[in-house]
Design a protein around this ligand. Sequence first.
Ligand code: G
Ligand code: G
Ligand code: MN
Length: 252
Amino acid sequence: VTTLPQLSRALAGHELELFYQPVRGADAVVRSVEALPRWHHPQRGLLEAGMFIPAIAHTSLATALTTWVLRQAARQCAEWRADGMQVNVSVNISARTLYNDTLPDVVRTVAADCGLPPSALELEVAEAILVRESARAIPAMLRLRDAGVGLCVDKFGAEYGAVSVMAEAPVQRVKIDQRFTGTVVEFPLARAVVGGWVRVAHQLGLTVVAQGVETSEAWRCLIDLGCDDMQGFGIGRPMPAVELTKWFARPN
Ligand code: G
Ligand code: G
Ligand code: MN
């Protein structure tokens, strides 16, 4: 279990590091990467976000962590762009952070400080938040859209698969959860479901990212279903920035 004082110290010290996972188009071009915090815990070793984020999601540390993640991610994004890699960076946010009135200003400031347009940064909001709390979530997302920041629906289909969310949320992209993308090769029904979501998303002008792509069979199948971009261990794992820089440079 994570204690808040421990994580608070990790944030202040240098125990947190951002890993980045590439999101690659069907055309093999990488247009975005997802920033994922990792904690080099002094006793427990390298911890993934899932092992400590839930403990802070409902505390004021959630926004402090997101601010740190945004700063790091924006700085790295600017560096990659200066080196000719035209990528955007996505950051996951909790409901609490989404509802923070200062978030639009924080994102704008962070982008400006790094010489980036706000659209170089994308915030990922879980579909579940949009289903359960749309009356609160959508106005908050509209304020972020007005600030010029990119927005996407994350973990689509992990629980609901509510196409109304695609129509109502002010987003440019939808990320389909691995719960479905992981089963498309085996199950015709999963293919039918994902194919339907892709058609709805495209009709609404949204780009579709398939997450959790682990095998070349899944990759092929998701391309055939019309998914625009692929993310998963089969493309590239979350990795430190220096490793991703090398990964960008490798021959395809
Ligand atoms: O990195 P990992 O696979 O452990 O991520 C687990 C979960 O934590 C995912 O659902 C992801 O969306 C979420 N997550 C990752 N990074 C962040 C973050 O910086 N803030 C928030 N709120 N959630 C995050
Ligand atoms: O959508 P969400 O923010 O929950 O996804 C982020 C997390 O999903 C990442 O932190 C990463 O660790 C995990 N992830 C990314 N690709 C894969 C994959 O191909 N398989 C599995 N099992 N997990 C993945
Ligand atoms: Mn995500």
